[in-house]
Design a binder for this molecule. Structure first.
Ligand SMILES: [Zn+2]
Length: 335
C-alpha cells in the first residue's frame, strides 16, 4: 500500500483505519523507495510512514508491518521487503545490496506485480520472463514470495512460478487511492488480500507463517492456494446437517447445504451419480443455506443407496490449472 510518502494520495494513518474498517488484522505500508513524485512537497524519510501509522495501529489493535517497495526497471522490477527494521538501509544504488540489507534485518522479500504491463518491462515471447537477474536473487535467498494477484489482476504464469520455485503466494491491493474511492463496499467489493495462517495474532507469528509458506490469496470471489488449505477452508465452511433421507420411490428430495463463510462457492458437477440426477451447477451463497435437488432416475428404484456427489469448486484454485475437487456423501432410502 502506498501513502503520500511515495505516489499514494493518503496520509499513513488512514491506511490503518481503512484496513480496520474492512476487517483486516494486519497490514503493510510499502512506499516506493526510489519513486517519489511528492518529494518537492514532502520531507522524505522512508521510515516515517510506519512511524506515523504505528500509534494508530496500536490504538486499533492492528498489526502494522514495516515495509518498502524497491522500485527498479525489470529485471529485477519491483520487490517488496516486509518485516524490515530500517528502510533507509535499502536506499542504495545496487539492488542486490539493498535486498541483502533487507534480509539481514529479517526481511521477507517478494516480487511485485511481475507481469505489470509497462513499456519499461521487456516482454519476451509475449510474456514477461523470469530473467537471470531473478535467478541470481532467488539463489541468494532474496526472493521468498511472489504476487500472484496485484490489485484486480491475477497472474496465472506467476502462480506457476510460485509452485515451481516454492515461492510464497501473495495477493495485495497495491492501493494508491483511499480504498473507499476505489472499491464499492456496498456491492461486496473488496481489496485483494493475503490470508496468512498464523498460530497467533502477532507480528512474529505472521512472519513465521509467511516464511513457512502458509498463505492463501483472496481476490474477487476466488481463493488461490495449496489444496490442504483450501480443502480445510471449504470443509469448515460447509455443513450438511441431514445425511439420511427416507423417500417414496421416484420422488425428488432436497439436501440442505449450509455455507457459513463469507465466500460464495460455485460447485460444478464433475461426474455421474449412478441412479440419480443432480444439477450441473450449484451455487453455495455465502452465509446462506441452499436446497440441492436430487432425483432418482427410475421410479422403480427401491432400497438404501449411499450416494456420493462429486464436484469441483470452480472458484478455489489449487494451482494455476486445477480447482478443488470435493465430494458430498449422503444416504437415501427409497420405498
Ligand atoms: Zn510496484
Amino acid at each position: 500500500m502506498h501513502t503520500v510518502f511515495s505516489d499514494g494520495s493518503v496520509w499513513p494513518d488512514i491506511r490503518v483505519i481503512e484496513a480496520w474498517q474492512e476487517g483486516l488484522d494486519a497490514l503493510v505500508i510499502s512506499d516506493h523507495i526510489e519513486y517519489l513524485p511528492h518529494k518537492s512537497d514532502m520531507i522524505i524519510n522512508h521510515n516515517r510512514p510506519f512511524e506515523i501509522a504505528q500509534p494508530i495501529a496500536k490504538n486499533y489493535g492492528m498489526i502494522l508491518i514495516r515495509g518498502a517497495e524497491l522500485t527498479r526497471s525489470n529485471p529485477p522490477g519491483h520487490l517488496n521487503a516486509v518485516f524490515i527494521t530500517d528502510v533507509t538501509e535499502m536506499d542504495t544504488s545496487d539492488y542486490t545490496v539493498a535486498l541483502m540489507k533487507a534480509k539481514e534485518q529479517g526481511g521477507f522479500i517478494f516480487m511485485n506485480h511481475p507481469f505489470w504491463k509497462s513499456p519499461k518491462y521487456p516482454v519476451v515471447n509475449g510474456k514477461v520472463d523470469w530473467f537471470k537477474e531473478h535467478e541470481e536473487l532467488y539463489k541468494l535467498g532474496l526472493i521468498n514470495g511472489i504476487e500472484i494477484v496485484n490489485d484486480r489482476e491475477y497472474y496465472k504464469e506467476g502462480y506457476r512460478w510460485a509452485i515451481e520455485k516454492n515461492l510464497v503466494k501473495m495477493g495485495n491491493s497495491d492501493i494508491h487511492h483511499p480504498t473507499n474511492m476505489y472499491f464499492d463496499f456496498s456491492k461486496d467489493d473488496h481489496r485483494a488480500m493475503t490470508l496468512v495462517f498464523a498460530k497467533e495474532k502477532t507480528l512474529e507469528s505472521i512472519k513465521e507463517a509467511l516464511f513457512e509458506n502458509r498463505t492463501v490469496v483472496y481476490y474477487s470471489d476466488k481463493l488461490l492456494g495449496d489444496e490442504k488449505f483450501l480443502r480445510e477452508i471449504f470443509n469448515k465452511s460447509i455443513t450438511i446437517s441431514k445425511k439420511f433421507y427416507k423417500q417414496s420411490k421416484g420422488t425428488k428430495f432436497f439436501i440442505q447445504v449450509e455455507n457459513n463463510s463469507d465466500v460464495t462457492y460455485t460447485l460444478l458437477t464433475s461426474g455421474k451419480v449412478e441412479g440419480f440426477n443432480l444439477p450441473s451447477e450449484v451455487i453455495l451463497h455465502k452465509n446462506r443455506t441452499i436446497m440441492m435437488e436430487l432425483t432418482p432416475q427410475s421410479k422403480e428404484m427401491v432400497g438404501i443407496f449411499k450416494v456420493k456427489l462429486p464436484f469441483i469448486v470452480s472458484n478455489l484454485l489449487i494451482n494455476h490449472e486445477d480447482t478443488l475437487p470435493v465430494e458430498f456423501e449422503i444416504e437415501v432410502e427409497l420405498e
